[in-house]
Design a protein around this ligand. Structure first.
Ligand SMILES: [Zn+2]
Length: 95
């Protein structure tokens, strides 16, 4: 028997060697109750990690990251202005 540490309640419990090998290094839950709770815990942790990453990537107020996005938008605007000027020039000077 292999000993696993339940990721939900923290209990040390015996696991059949076949199940231990099928777990591929992950710690198995100790009971059907913990097995039911575990996916919700994982979902909460993943959502919290995503929220933390979003706070890092998209800060609330202006800084270098937002300035970079604004700079790109400015470049796109310049391109569209140049295209409009080119069309005006063609209209004024004919083909
Ligand atoms: Zn447990």
């Amino acid at each position: 028997m292999s000993v696993h540490h339940c990721p939900v309640c923290g209990t040390l419990h015996d696991v059949h060697p076949v199940l231990d090998r099928l777990a591929y290094g992950r710690q198995l839950t100790c009971s059907p109750r913990c097995k039911t709770i575990f996916p919700g815990m994982v979902r909460q942790r993943v959502l919290a990690e995503i929220a933390a990453l979003r706070r890092l990537v998209v800060p609330s107020s202006g800084n270098a990251a937002n300035a970079g996005v604004a700079g790109k938008a400015q470049i796109l605007d310049d391109r569209s202005d140049n295209a409009a000027q080119g069309r005006e020039w063609e209209m004024q000077h004919g083909n």
